[in-house]
Ligand binder design. Structure first.
Ligand code: NAD
Length: 278
């Protein structure tokens, strides 16, 4: 039987602390403001943006939303980002992905000023993470690290396995664990010996995007299991990448979906905005 890691509770604690900090800044005359850009009409993105602006409201951060037409040209998007870069009253900028295929998301991320890049996707911040320098770290891996810290889980010297190599989760996750001295293996769709790797893992972070992908027979007894996956089922509910009911009998710690990594991602965005204001 494992400890269920309560991301909802830890995220609330983080937001409560940030709320106090934001209120102190307000007393000193500093109003925090965050800009979020969405291009096109994506229903999942709309939910994410709603959650982010709700969290901003709770913490006391002003939020400006820019919903752009799906057919805009790249130049219009870049012009908006540059305008927001130049505004002293905006502390953080986030471009919600995905954006329509005809637009170059890499160029857009490159254009967000590194000091306002609260999502940590500008190559300057990605480079800083790789070099172990202070910068902005992508919110999901940062949230996972915060959860591990809150539950006092040892990372140093442990075998950590990340399943998934996306730029927004897998790769920065690998780097975060490495920076805490874990021995990290990253697996992906072309990995041929996944079972061999996961069976030896002390910590597994699943970021695959396939429901119940990680089964109980793929892990060793007592492993720490972090489920990043958000898979929408036909009945409207969401489920993670881990076969929770069976894996929880074997793991020492496990995150649920919902209520695990998801709320931590939003809390870490708030934390990055406060950091950017400094
Ligand atoms: P992605 O599709 O970009 O990447 C998926 C990764 O899984 C790829 O690197 C791929 O190589 C790997 N993969 C696919 N099949 C595999 C297999 N059979 N064996 C091993 N690896 C395999 O997805 P992403 O953006 O990294 O997101 C992953 C999941 O996390 C999704 O469910 C997404 O919704 C969720 N997510 C959650 C949060 C959060 O806040 N909790 C944030 C971002 C993403």
């Amino acid at each position: 039987m494992s400890v269920i890691m309560n991301g909802k509770e830890v995220a609330q604690k983080v937001r409560d602390e940030l709320k106090k900090e934001v209120s102190n800044l307000k007393d000193q005359g500093k109003i925090l403001k965050f800009a979020v850009i969405m291009v096109g009409d994506n229903s999942a993105s709309k939910i994410y943006i709603k959650n982010k602006s709700k969290a901003c409201e709770e913490v006391g951060i002003d939020c400006e939303e820019y919903i752009l037409d799906a057919n805009i040209q790249m130049q219009e998007l870049l012009d908006l980002i540059k305008k927001l870069n130049n505004r002293n009253d905006i502390h953080g900028i986030l471009l919600q992905s995905p954006i329509p295929k005809h637009l170059d998301i890499d160029e857009a991320f490159r254009t967000i000023a590194p000091e306002k890049d609260v999502d940590g996707f500008n190559p300057v911040n990605v480079g800083k993470l790789c070099l172990g320098q202070d910068g902005f770290i992508a919110c999901t891996p940062l949230g996972v690290m915060k959860l591990l810290e809150e539950y006092n889980i040892d990372i140093e010297g442990k075998n950590a396995v990340v399943i998934g190599r996306s730029n927004i989760v897998g790769k920065p996750m690998l780097q975060c664990l490495l920076n805490k001295n874990a021995t990290v293996t990253i697996c992906h769709s072309k990995t041929s010996n996944l079972l061999e790797v996961t069976k030896n893992a002390d910590i597994i972070v699943a970021a695959v995007g396939k429901e119940k992908f990680l089964k109980a027979d793929m892990i060793k007894d007592g492993a720490v299991i972090i489920d990043v996956g958000i898979n929408r089922l036909e009945n409207g509910t969401i489920c993670g990448d881990v076969d929770f009911e069976n894996v929880k009998e074997k793991a020492s710690y496990i995150t649920p979906v919902p209520g695990g990594v998801g709320p931590m991602t939003v809390a870490m965005l708030m934390s990055n905005i406060v950091k950017a204001s400094k």
